[in-house]
Write a protein that binds this ligand. Structure first.
Ligand code: NOJ
Length: 558
């Protein structure tokens, strides 16, 4: 059966502000991306997701859109964007854009009209409510504080994220049509699809009622009434049919979709699902879910079995119904080598490449986040003043209000979303080769050692290893198994190993990762034929007895 192109694709995420600056203003831009397309081609990338480039006041760095049809001048022009699509195409790379349609910016003309005239059509595109005694309900925004903002008198509007990100009212059919029109407009310009932002929030419980508080602030989270709320499927099915369907090269859509119930997964990513794939959050937030950044766990406090089980659960759930995406990083997290490797091992070549092997061979479309391919580590933020991110500032304010000691606030600060927004490290030179001006965020001092230029011609670099992994997925004896094969957990009795099989129709692979920084003996569950990739030159195998070296990772043909 012919499989859609995106199942065997390798994806790469660009956070445009931090990728490459071409005009010296300290902020990355589209011409900078064009300059660096060769890097992506050499890595073997098929499709690039670019975080929002649209016109925006940049309160949430572009996730607050004021014009869905225009590129923000900070990043370039619409013509630059069309050129990027063409230049990428010449290199066999497709582009997907970010689709931010749960909310827009308060500077969007719809919202401006709605503010000026409560009776206009656009006022119905948002959630405006009247309330005499404070906010209309007790829902807590994703960035902290009430979801309601007063605009004078008794009138409030709802924003599940920042104040400058009013939520769009999906109950309004005219609004929905306008959003679909915009989606098709960009697809007609040659993009290959979208990463769909915050989409699980578009349906709100009709009553907008308060719910029991789950914190000292008297407020409640959003799950159930403004996240994965019954009725959402109707909107998603309509968007699939009216906006995403009908393109020759099947459009790729990846939903940011935390908390989707198991029984709903089939509607999301099953046959004729709402989306091609989704990002699951369980393993990516394993360090701070339910704890907050200020109490986040280091890898040494996260048993390998817990990490393995959470990844495997998503693999098995998704496999029952359809497809998914796999990733270690994005622009909302700190660096994966800090999150998933014990303290001190962030630059351990074997540790870093073991992580890469562990996730790049899972069943799903793998996403590499910019800088991950060279083993970029966290920056050490020295003060909140070095941070731009709106949500980190909100957290900091809440920690201060709650009287947290400075030490704990500084600990939490290291989990800031700005960790992954620190500029890309291209060279050992000034500003890491990112800009000729002053970068919008600090440059990590370790760019002198960790950078693309020095790794490019080094066969023993993290970058060279990522290239091998991408190649194994595309042109190796097990490429069909690694890209399309079934997922089957292995060696579950060994708590320090993450191992699995990929069973294709034409080939089979066995992937084993030693999460210990010491030698470790295992008995393989099957015979193996050849080594496809390993992060050590030798593989100490005797029959089925394998002695793994510290953080050794191997992909075998079986
Ligand atoms: C998820 C995006 O990844 C994040 O960066 C943004 O702040 C929120 N959605 C709101 O759009």
């Amino acid at each position: 059966m012919k499989q859609p192109w995106w199942k065997s694709a390798v994806a790469y995420q660009i956070y445009p502000r931090s990728f490459k600056d071409s005009n010296g203003d300290g902020i990355g831009d589209i011409r900078g991306i064009i300059e660096k397309l060769d890097h992506l081609q050499e890595l073997g990338i098929d499709v690039v997701w670019i975080s929002p480039l649209y016109k925006s006041p940049m309160d949430d760095c572009g996730y607050d859109i004021s014009d869905y049809y225009a590129i923000d001048p900070l990043f370039g022009t619409n013509e630059d964007m069309y050129e990027l699509i063409d230049e990428a195409k010449k290199r066999g790379i497709k582009i997907i854009m970010d689709l931010v349609i749960n909310h827009c910016s308060d500077e969007h003309e719809w919202f401006q009209k709605a503010l000026a005239d409560p009776n206009c059509e656009e006022a119905e595109y948002f959630y405006f409510r009247e309330s005499k005694d404070g906010p209309p309900n007790n829902w807590r925004s994703m960035f902290g504080g009430s979801v309601w903002e007063n605009v004078g008198g008794d009138r409030y509007y709802m924003h599940l994220f920042g104040k400058k990100q009013p939520d769009l009212n999906w109950e309004n059919p005219k609004l929905r049509e306008k959003l679909y029109e915009n989606i098709r407009w960009w697809l007609d310009r040659g993009i290959a699809g979208f990463r769909v932002d915050a989409i699980v929030h578009i349906k709100k419980e009709e009553s907008l009622a308060s719910h029991p508080a789950d914190g000292d602030d008297g407020m409640c989270g959003l799950q159930g009434w403004a996240r994965n709320t019954p009725g959402i499927n109707d909107f998603l099915a309509e968007m699939r049919d009216k906006a995403f369907t009908g393109y020759d090269a099947e459009c790729m859509t990846v939903a940011e979709a935390p908390g989707v119930a198991l029984e709903d997964l089939k509607y999301y990513v099953g046959d004729n699902g709402f989306f091609s794939m989704l990002f699951d959050f369980t393993y990516s937030e394993i360090n701070f879910w339910g704890l907050g950044w200020e109490n986040a766990r280091m890898k040494e406090d996260i048993p390998t079995t817990e990490l393995r089980d959470s990844i495997f659960k998503h693999m098995e759930d998704a496999q029952k119904v359809g497809w998914t995406a796999v990733y270690l990083e994005n622009h909302d997290y700190s660096r994966s080598v800090n999150k998933y490797l014990p303290t001190g091992d962030q630059r351990d070549y074997h540790g870093v490449t073991m992580l890469a092997t562990m996730y790049m061979n899972l069943r799903g479309t793998p996403f590499i986040y910019q800088g991950q391919e060279i083993g970029t580590t966290n920056y050490n933020f020295k003060s909140i003043d070095e941070v731009n991110d709106i949500s980190t500032h909100n957290h900091w304010g809440n920690w201060t209000a709650a009287g947290l000691p400075m030490e704990q606030k500084m600990y939490g600060l290291q989990y800031s979303r700005d960790q992954n927004r620190i500029p890309m490290q291209w060279t050992a030179g000034e500003n890491a080769g990112f800009t000729d001006g002053k970068a919008w965020l600090p440059i990590n001092e370790n760019h002198v050692d960790i950078n693309v230029e020095s790794q490019k011609n080094d066969d023993n670099s993290v970058l060279a290893y990522y290239k091998k992994l991408v190649k194994a997925r595309k042109e190796s004896v097990v490429s069909e198994a690694l890209s399309l094969g079934d997922f089957e957990p292995a060696l579950l009795e060994d708590g320090e190993i993450i191992a699995y099989k990929r069973i294709g129709e034409e080939s089979k692979a066995f992937v084993i990762n030693n999460y210990l920084k010491e030698d470790h003996k295992v008995t393989l569950p099957c015979d193996v034929k050849s080594v496809v990739v390993s992060n050590y030159d030798d593989v100490a195998l005797d029959g089925r007895e394998l002695t793994l070296k510290p953080y050794q990772a191997i992909v075998f043909e079986i």
